[in-house]
Design a protein around this ligand. Structure first.
Ligand SMILES: [Zn+2]
Length: 321
């Protein structure tokens, strides 16, 4: 989640480096979500140490936009914003020389019909980015900007799929223009932050980082050294992935989603709970008591929701978290 900090904060500028979303949960709290939510927020000042970190194994990851885009934004404009946001991460070079680019590519697979956050464990999928224009189906609709939900293998942290929801129903207009109009929210900043979650990163405690939990217009468009350390560390130029089980080779480029690509919402009735996660993304770190969405135990997949929260804070107010 990402908070807009309009005024100030008394947060110490302690830099601990990037954090990754983990498969583990905080011990002693069986009701907590699976993600150590909030662990690496300012209060704890460290990355969640439980479980294994998430990663995409393939050298290429496909994504789509929901065809309707948003009332505020044409599909073309949205495509441009998200292409740029992902490219901000994948164009990073590690060390000197352009040949040292990170070993991850994002491939746009075109618009899709399905705008549901879902994962089909037995059939084709899409990694969709969808705008919620009329209603935000999650907690805190006026303050939440976006939510990225990631499905992964609970055993090793490999990401199976990810979907991103953008809250276009909150009061502030979203802007896709280079120069941000007064009062508008910068979609590219939001998209770049959420892209980090999509790639398996959690919030950083580095206040300069794109993955810092507080929204900062415009400057979040560009990665900080902390963010580039993260993408270079997890998806290094040597075509490996940094996993909880050590480095593993990336799979050859194939952006097809797991079990194939489909534009429509595939019937997931065979999946326990109906599969549609519209009711379920376990939410953001503001509500650690929410139960995680679970797939059948034979399919070791958990969902991680990582949201972006806009906190319209009053000056001097404590962080409501
Ligand atoms: Zn976030």
């Amino acid at each position: 989640m990402l908070a807009i900090v309009g005024a100030t904060t008394a947060l110490a500028p302690t830099a601990h480096g990037f954090c990754r979303t983990m498969t583990g949960r905080e011990p002693g709290d069986p009701s907590s979500t699976n993600r150590c939510d909030g662990w690496n927020e300012q209060s704890k000042r460290a990355c969640c140490p439980y479980g294994k970190p998430l990663f995409w194994k393939n050298a290429c990851v496909g994504y789509s936009l929901q065809r309707a885009s948003s009332r505020q934004l044409s599909l073309n404009d949205a495509e441009a914003v998200f292409a740029k946001a992902f490219q901000t991460w994948t164009k990073v070079t590690c060390g000197s020389g352009t040949s040292n680019r990170v070993s991850l590519d994002m491939r746009y697979l075109g618009p899709v019909e399905c705008g549901e956050v879902r994962y089909n464990s037995e059939g084709p999928n899409q990694n969709v980015i969808v705008f919620r224009d009329s209603e935000w189906p999650h907690r805190d609709p006026t303050n939440t900007l976006a939510l990225t939900t990631v499905r992964y293998d609970a055993d090793n942290g490999e990401i199976f799929g990810a979907d991103m929801e953008i809250n276009a129903a909150q009061p502030s207009p979203l802007s896709a223009s280079d120069s941000l109009p007064p009062g508008a929210l910068d979609l590219l900043s939001i998209a770049t932050h959420e892209a980090g979650h999509f790639l398996g990163f959690a919030h950083s405690v580095d206040t300069e980082a794109t993955m810092y939990a507080s929204y900062r217009a415009i400057s979040m468009r560009d990665l900080s050294p902390d963010d580039t350390n993260g993408i270079c560390g997890v998806y290094p130029p040597d075509q490996t992935r940094a996993t909880g089980d050590g480095p593993v080779p990336a799979e050859a480029c194939d952006p097809t989603p797991r079990h194939g690509f489909v534009s429509t919402c595939e019937d997931t009735s065979s999946v326990e709970g109906g599969g549609g996660c519209a009711v379920a993304p376990p939410g953001t770190s503001t509500n650690p008591s929410e139960e995680p969405w679970r797939w059948p135990s034979s399919i070791p997949v958990l969902l991680a929701g990582t949201g972006l929260v806009l906190l319209r804070r009053l000056r001097g107010q404590l962080r409501p978290r």
